[in-house]
Design a protein around this ligand. Structure first.
Ligand code: HEC
Length: 175
């Protein structure tokens, strides 16, 4: 009588645990699929969007493409950001840390070439980072993704470069 009571209790706990575990794994699969809902930092931090398709547009419209190339499209003043040059898997904050390391040069060049420092939201940056790691989305990157204002700027800078190249040993030090 006592024994079977303990057995029933034990079986009940085991069933409860199995139920709880099934619930957890379902929840984590759900979270992985919808990682924009994932929370950290006691629920105060939310994962950004990481939308590579939007990143493809932003990489061009924000002007990254003026200096960096992907899929052979873009400037050559800065390292190419093709997915096959990225360490993978990469913690997105490591990408940001690399940007931070190059920040002073980048911002100086942005002010010179684009007229101002590029601004973006966390979601926008996460979309660009997702694009930098998505070789399938990168294959779709074409000059059609570059808005007219950025394309004109690139054309203008490109012809400036050619002028510089033809002016033999022209000093770069003029301010
Ligand atoms: C005006 C030119 C310019 C623009 C625009 C620009 N960058 Fe850069 N970027 C650079 C240069 C130059 C470096 C290298 C800096 C250094 O090594 O000191 C760099 C470095 C980086 C690095 C580090 C690369 C490495 O190999 O470590 C990343 C990542 C990066 N940029 C991302 C971006 C993103 C994303 C954008 C758009 C939001 C952007 N850059 C816009 C010029 C630019």
């Amino acid at each position: 009588m006592r024994k079977s009571g303990i057995f029933i209790l034990f079986a009940g706990i085991a069933a409860g645990m199995a139920f709880a575990m099934a619930g957890t794994s379902q929840a984590s699969t759900h979270n992985a699929a919808m990682n924009s809902k994932m929370m950290a930092g006691n629920g105060h931090l939310q994962m950004p969007s990481f939308d590579a398709r939007r990143g493809r547009k932003l990489f061009a419209s924000k002007g990254c493409v003026v200096c960096h190339s992907i899929n052979g499209i873009g400037g050559e003043d800065a390292p190419a950001l093709d997915a096959d040059t990225m360490p993978m898997p990469m913690n997105p904050f490591d990408f940001t840390a690399r940007m931070w390391r190059g920040a002073s040069t980048m911002i100086e060049m942005q002010v010179e070439e684009l007229g101002d420092q590029i601004e973006f939201t966390g979601d926008e940056l996460s979309d660009i980072i997702a694009f930098a790691h998505d070789e399938n989305e990168q294959k779709k990157f074409s000059p059609d993704d570059i808005p007219a204002n950025i394309a004109n700027l690139m054309k203008h800078l490109g012809s400036e470069d050619e002028e510089h190249e033809s002016e033999e040993h022209e000093s770069d030090t003029q301010q």
